[in-house]
Design a protein around this ligand. Structure first.
Ligand SMILES: [Fe+2]
Length: 193
């Protein structure tokens, strides 16, 4: 369950969507990507059950919030976003944001392992699902396969970038999270997109 007892899960999802729109709306494609990730989360959330579905949705809206210029501190978006989410009183969501799509690999290459360590990583179907939704949504919100998404990232950042280097190291873990989620989607009888 989410952390703040004063708000219902539905209110927290609405809050997350509103804050993401406020912080990322001016950035154009980042916001389009986030809306696509949230749409994907909505489509598959039932694999997690009633308690976890809103966690996935709220995390989908917030996962890239650290790209907002006003939150820039370390300039590594999972950490900047997670610190802000934690400051808003949502510790569980902050941890999911910090570790989405295996951010730990890039954090180490960036020399930000200690900062990421402020947030405990959870191994869970919800964490897997967040990664799945991120990796199956392209840079402007369109559906995409993880492999096509990686090709696009390699073209965008270049083969010698830290981002691409981190991706090579995290690929097996990312693919495993995608496969586990695909099995859960199939088990729930949800149609492929
Ligand atoms: Fe993303």
């Amino acid at each position: 369950m989410l952390d703040t007892p004063l708000r219902t899960d539905r209110e927290i999802v609405r809050w997350a969507a509103g804050e993401a729109a406020r912080l990322l709306g001016p950035l154009g494609d980042r916001w389009r990507h986030v809306r696509g990730v949230a749409q994907q989360a909505r489509r598959i959330a039932s694999i997690l059950g009633d308690a976890e579905a809103p966690v996935l949705l709220a995390a989908a809206y917030l996962h890239d919030v650290g790209w907002a210029p006003e939150l820039a501190d370390t300039r590594f978006h999972p950490i900047d976003g997670a610190r802000w989410v934690r400051s808003q009183g949502h510790d569980r969501l902050a941890r999911l944001v910090a570790h989405h799509s295996e951010a730990r690999f890039e954090a180490h290459l960036q020399g930000l392992g200690d900062e990421l360590g402020e947030f405990e990583r959870e191994d869970s179907p919800t964490g897997d699902a967040l990664t799945y939704c991120d990796l199956t949504t392209g840079p402007t919100g369109e559906p995409i396969t993880p492999v096509a998404r990686w090709d696009e990232i390699e073209r965008r950042y270049g083969p010698n970038s830290i981002v691409v280097n981190a991706l090579a190291r995290s690929r097996q873990s990312l693919l495993a999270a995608v496969r586990r989620t695909e099995r859960r989607i199939e088990g729930a009888g949800i149609q492929p997109r």
